[in-house]
Design a protein around this ligand. Sequence first.
Ligand SMILES: [Fe+2]
Length: 281
Amino acid sequence: MSVALSLRPLGKALGTEVVGVDVLRPFDAATLEWIDRAFAEHPVMVFCNQRLGPAELAAFGAQFGRPQPHILEQYRHPDRADVSYITNVDKAGGIDRFGVTRASTWHTDETYEDALPRLAILHALEVPSARGGTMFADMRAAYDALSEAMRRRLEGLVGLHGRSNGPDGVKLYGETYVRATEKMRPERRHPAVKKHPVTGRPVLFVNPTHTHAFEDIAADEAVRLIQELRDHATQERFVYYHAWRVGDVVMWDELATMHRGAGDARPEERRIMLRTIVHPF
Ligand SMILES: [Fe+2]
């Protein structure tokens, strides 16, 4: 066993730097196993000072599952459909207004799909001079801290997920956009509490961007519950703010966490990342 890696905690809740690894090259079996095992306990992992192109990012992700093309075709990388740009720069070099605020509400990626991703990876190519971070919430710890009464209320409850018709999605994107995009996707059902397939830990699986209702609960009551769970899960004690440096690669567990772009940078400062979303093997 030739693994010489170590872990360095970055935030109180989440955020763990993996020290001593170059992700440009494929991992040997022992390294991959070590990272996989550590990732189960540390669902936001950071690899610093990396330099990956789209093919290398997809190859890195392919060691953990199957990178998939994202629904927003206009942001796909021209050479790799399974890699997208997260950017505030449009094709002419101006400010991409949608890109500035995109994904700045709390969410888990693609819960409007039946097949859920395992993890996602972001790689910073250009970062603003200040702020512009990505925030992550620990949905395992959030579940653990729920009251007994709330746990009972959530037991057997099924959430309904759309493209962006959750209360925060509507607020961010506006009724017109939300109405148009909802037509493109059928609604998806996911239990409000899921068991993590690796750790077996219960995870709160409700997010205010995609979850818009629950089965057998009145619409206004459901919205209040979604907001209450959001406020609970995003308390400071559960949240890690990742301040980006060029070269950072951040990989997060899509089930164990919820995330959002902090949306707090100056829009005229370039913020460009590559992103791939990886589904289970
Ligand atoms: Fe996202």
